[in-house]
Design a protein around this ligand. Structure first.
Ligand SMILES: CC(C)(COP(=O)(O)OP(=O)(O)OC[C@H]1O[C@@H](n2cnc3c(N)ncnc32)[C@H](O)[C@@H]1OP(=O)(O)O)[C@@H](O)C(=O)NCCC(=O)NCCS
Length: 190
């Protein structure tokens, strides 16, 4: 049997071809993260219902039609080749039902990722957001992305707890009333 070829070492500028990085399915503990598709809209319209979901992020529950359009756009990927959009539906491994989503927007030539998470009201408090965010961050880190950030309303205890769980720390920077959380840079990336 032939030996598997040894991959050539990658140079920093080889790492990211931003417009060609596909969103992979990810699995972690009790959740599967499946790349979002337009066909998820009907199921997700139920998950994203309820005004309380929008207390800290603003906006309101999308209609099915709005969600179909949004998902078609998101699944097509960023029209700006300098950005990557990665959107995953959070599904339970037991049963496969959709319970929320996580997303990452990669910019700065693959140097920075902004992340976010939403879990439907009926499924909150079961660790789904933390588990999903951890899997997403592990994938981002496996690609060598060191700067990982999130913007979180200062009163949003649950979201802050998710950020802490994935290794982000609060900063003193605010944008539009939301605090910037950031993963500490490794010493060799500072
Ligand atoms: C933030 C959100 C995703 C958390 O989802 P979740 O699946 O309930 O979170 P988890 O069950 O993984 O819990 C994560 C942490 O939050 C804590 N938590 C969960 N619900 C909480 C609540 N209502 N109040 C305080 N803490 C809470 C958990 O105890 C856990 O903390 P720990 O890890 O220290 O034990 C969910 O509340 C949500 O979707 N909110 C609306 C959308 C939103 O604001 N998204 C954030 C955008 S940045």
């Amino acid at each position: 049997m032939g030996q598997a070829p040894v991959p050539a070492p990658r140079r920093a500028y080889d790492l990211y071809t931003l417009d060609t990085v596909r969103t992979p399915p990810l699995t972690a503990g009790r959740v599967h993260l499946t790349p979002l598709a337009e066909t998820d809209a009907a199921e997700m319209a139920e998950v994203l219902a309820g005004d309380a979901l929008y207390t800290f992020i603003g906006g309101s529950a999308p209609t099915l039609e709005q969600l179909r359009h949004r998902y078609a756009r998101q699944a097509a990927g960023s029209p700006d080749p300098r950005q990557e959009w990665h959107n995953w539906i959070i599904r339970t491994t037991a049963g496969g039902r959709a319970v929320g989503y996580v997303q990452a927007t990669v910019t700065e030539n693959g140097g920075r990722a902004e992340i976010a998470w939403v879990v439907g009201l009926a499924w909150q408090g079961r660790g789904y957001a933390a588990e999903s965010a951890r899997a997403m961050v592990a994938w981002l880190r496996s690609r060598g992305i060191v700067e990982i950030v999130a913007h979180i309303h200062p009163d949003h205890t649950a979201s802050a707890a998710v950020a802490r769980r994935v290794g982000l720390e609060p900063t003193d920077e605010f944008h539009h009333g939301e605090r910037l959380w950031r993963a500490p840079l490794p010493p060799d990336a500072a």
